[in-house]
Design a protein around this ligand. Structure first.
Ligand SMILES: [Zn+2]
Length: 108
């Protein structure tokens, strides 16, 4: 059985909200171009798209954007990095996740 290739991806984010996933090697090239830019308006090709470099927010790890979209949905992280849904809270005594407005089933 073939093992699925896990690509090391980065995400280029553009001010309009467009996100382009690219492999790390290509992302490094984008970084090089961005670092070499001396004017504010320059177009570069990223995966066949023509992007105005002035509109680039940056190059991010996929996890950054996943966390961002979770936060936009109202989810939050506890001290251990576990995601808690919007409308839920953690019992301060036992750590049970409970819908807001309900009492902990374990602690009463
Ligand atoms: Zn509890």
């Amino acid at each position: 059985m073939e093992k699925a290739l896990t690509k090391d991806l980065r995400v280029v984010v553009i001010r309009t909200g467009i996100q382009i996933s690219i492999e790390k090697d290509k992302a490094d090239k984008v970084d090089e171009v961005l670092e070499s830019i001396t004017t504010h308006h320059k177009f570069m090709k990223i995966e066949g798209r023509s992007v105005n470099t002035a509109d680039l927010v940056g190059v991010f790890e996929p996890i950054d954007l996943e966390e961002l979209s979770r936060r936009k949905r109202g989810e939050w992280q506890d001290e251990n990095g576990n995601w808690i849904g919007k409308g839920e809270y953690k019992c301060s005594t036992c750590g049970n996740i409970i819908p807001i407005g309900k009492r902990c089933g374990f602690c009463g």
